[in-house]
Design a protein around this ligand. Structure first.
Ligand code: NAD
Length: 264
């Protein structure tokens, strides 16, 4: 196969349906010749992931609950047995109790704080360690984050605190794994209508606000994120690690939007 990803094999974690950010990334990688495996959480999702995987030429669809170390071990054992080595991993996974993705951050419970940090932050570290062990030729690891890590966004709450920790973990792992030629980066995506996003309070309003106030005056798409992921996961991004790359139509640079109508 020709393309930027020709000869590269990788794992996509967090595909739930065709609205998932993981799907935008998988399609961009497949278009450029990557060979893909997918992991899914829970049997119910398998029947959704199987046909999507088939569309991008993959029949490697493996279970993994990232809240469980033995489940992650089993996944990477299967990948090692099938492929021997790995070139990239996409971690597009997050979780928090949706009752706490509205209202006040200060009301976050200890249980949900720990669960949110475990699934949304530690899981990337747990995955990175196992992935690195089967990357003898170097590799590229990518996770997904959001601007709520840097600034207060409505309803993002404990997820914002978790994403801040996730971005810090990207920097620490970039240093740990850089000597082995393994790069670690995050994409900070603008709001996209997905299953996970539907749990966030006032999400429609947040989408509209971003559309009206970002420099590009639009929201980003799954394909926008997919194409930027292609850069970070391919050799185009060979000099980039530890980075949180914003794919958000520029929203994060704006302090105050210019008035569009000059006579106001
Ligand atoms: P999605 O619902 O399609 O994907 C979330 C995935 O996380 C699902 O596939 C789900 O099965 C998986 N997951 C949750 N708990 C898991 C567990 N214990 N083990 C294994 N998998 C588990 O939603 P999405 O919006 O595509 O989310 C992907 C990533 O993108 C998340 O990290 C999210 O925070 C991030 N993100 C989303 C947006 C947005 O607006 N949609 C913006 C920025 C960042």
């Amino acid at each position: 196969k020709a393309g930027l990803m020709a000869g590269k094999r990788g794992l996509i974690m967090g595909l739930a349906n065709d609205k998932s950010i993981a799907w935008g990334i998988a399609q961009a990688l497949a278009r450029h010749g990557a060979e893909l495996a997918f992991s899914y959480q829970g049997e119910a999702l398998k029947k959704r992931v199987d046909p999507l995987a088939a569309q991008v030429g993959s029949n490697m669809v493996l279970p993994c609950d990232v809240g469980d170390g033995t489940s992650i071990d089993a996944l990477f054992d299967q990948l090692r047995d099938a492929w021997g080595s790995l070139d990239f991993v996409v971690h597009a996974i997050g979780f928090s109790d949706k009752d706490q993705l509205r209202g006040r951050y200060v009301d976050t419970t200890r249980d949900n704080f720990q669960k949110t940090m475990d699934i949304s932050v530690y899981s990337f570290t747990a995955v990175a360690r196992r992935a690195a062990a089967i990357m003898p030729n170097g590799g590229s690891l990518l996770t997904l984050t959001y601007y709520g890590a840097e600034r207060v966004m409505p309803h993002y709450n404990v997820m914002g605190v978790a994403k801040a920790a996730l971005e810090a973990s990207v920097r620490y792992m970039a240093e740990d794994l850089g000597k082995d030629g393994i790069r670690v980066n995050a994409i900070s995506a603008g709001p996209i209508r997905t299953l996970a996003a539907s749990g966030i309070g006032d999400f429609r309003y947040i989408m509209k606000w971003n559309e009206l106030n970002s420099p590009l005056r639009r929201n980003v798409t799954q394909d926008d994120v997919g194409n930027s992921a292609l850069y970070l996961l391919s050799d185009l991004g060979a000099g980039v690690t530890g980075e949180t790359h914003h794919v958000d139509a520029g929203y994060h640079v704006v302090g105050m939007k210019a008035v569009d109508a000059p006579d106001i």
